[in-house]
Design a protein around this ligand. Sequence first.
Ligand SMILES: NC(=O)C1=CN([C@@H]2O[C@H](COP(=O)(O)OP(=O)(O)OC[C@H]3O[C@@H](n4cnc5c(N)ncnc54)[C@H](OP(=O)(O)O)[C@@H]3O)[C@@H](O)[C@H]2O)C=CC1
Ligand SMILES: O=C(O)[C@@H]1CCC=N1
Length: 271
Amino acid sequence: MAFEEITRRGLVLLGCGKMGGAMLAGWLARGLSPEAVHVVDPKPSDWLQSTGVHLNGVLPEDPAVALIAVKPQMMGEALPALRAMSGGRTLFVSIAAGTTIARFEAEFGAQSPIVRAMPNTPAAVGRGITAIVGNGASSAAHLDAAETLLSAVGQVVRLEDESQMDAVTGVSGSGPAYVFHMIETLAQAGAAQGLPPELALQLAKATVAGAGALAEASEEDPGQLRVNVTSPNGTTQAALEVLMDAETGFPSLLDRAVAAAVKRSKELADG
Ligand SMILES: NC(=O)C1=CN([C@@H]2O[C@H](COP(=O)(O)OP(=O)(O)OC[C@H]3O[C@@H](n4cnc5c(N)ncnc54)[C@H](OP(=O)(O)O)[C@@H]3O)[C@@H](O)[C@H]2O)C=CC1
Ligand SMILES: O=C(O)[C@@H]1CCC=N1
């Protein structure tokens, strides 16, 4: 299924907040016609209203895709709007953290093709990464269709098992927030050392963006790239002795942060 089939049969987006909006922005930027998109959202933002998509109207009976982007806690209230599309040709794609395929099968039937996905907000600029896994009714063609749709906003990886989704959520789903917090705090640290705050923020943003681009483009692994910055007994080494401290440094901090996200993802599965 390519954008042509979505254009013909339509795409329903249930919930268009931060993540649904980021994906929609990516699809529209890549040429998906707003005419093909039907959004259900109780309080459409000004941006959403300006896009030209159908808003809170009658939904198509047989859309190519129904993408679920409401918060896990809203499922009970929100999913019935999609029930009429069950058991047919519509591919359900959920991006909700925690909510299991079993929960969607209980709503739409196990014969409905359902793909659970975990994207991230860099999708808004085509630089997201999304992990996907399908239910038993999802054919290779359904997974290909989900991949086509989601690869319009970044990379797509396929999981062997749904149980990997909690860890994916803790690494790449929530991960952009960790990086944004690093930008914020790196800039604050620069300002604390006397830099004008705006300059410190520009330096921090460009450093994180540049390092990310280099990590992606380079054949060297991130550990070697780190070594390449670190002159013996130089400034980086002094900083890394703080950041790599076994008890208080990044390794332990990120271990605990990711574990907390994974734990919360598992809790969300329980509703
Ligand atoms: N934000 C992120 O980085 C990521 C989020 N996700 C997942 O995406 C989903 C959405 O998260 P996020 O975008 O951050 O949350 P938001 O709260 O920003 O978006 C959810 C949207 O759904 C709307 N909504 C609430 N009730 C209904 C309903 N009954 N029918 C239709 N729409 C409804 C909300 O409206 P209102 O605000 O008026 O209630 C809101 O606009 C979550 O399940 C989350 O786990 C996955 C990966 C990354
Ligand atoms: O914070 C959350 O629950 C969602 C899921 C991943 C990113 N945001």
